[in-house]
Design a protein around this ligand. Sequence first.
Ligand code: TYD
Length: 133
Amino acid sequence: MIGEILTFPVHGDKNGSLVALEKGADFPFEIKRVYYIWGTTPTYVRGHHAHKNLEQVVVCTSGSCDFILDDGTKRETYRLDSPTKGLHIKNNVWREFTNFSPGCVVMVLASEHYNEADYIRDYDEFLRSKGLT
Ligand code: TYD
């Protein structure tokens, strides 16, 4: 598998649920940045990039969407449809995401600060960076 689905422990009862994400056993890296995306056009495809040095965990905190991961040799689709599920994406993985449900909110936890120079936005350059062309 290109990405890894993490299942977060839930605290709660009939009155509500809570997930806590802290570096340690349940979370793979120290979080330096959080951002979230909403109001997405259902069929629009976002992403179209890879990162040279960035790990992320993506959580659909509300609604659902699909993440397509591509390692240069294969593509895999991950459905994110629960706030208890996180998709761990490591370095050098091309990602696209789409099929947003109404009210979808995508939260991303990132291991580094925002750095435009860390993005690879050209697919051929991505393949070259992996030594695949
Ligand atoms: P981008 O990463 O291209 O979005 P997506 O992959 O979801 O399609 O980012 C969209 C815009 O937001 C772009 O102008 C850069 C800006 N941005 C920040 O300023 N800080 C951030 O942490 C992120 C992720 C994006």
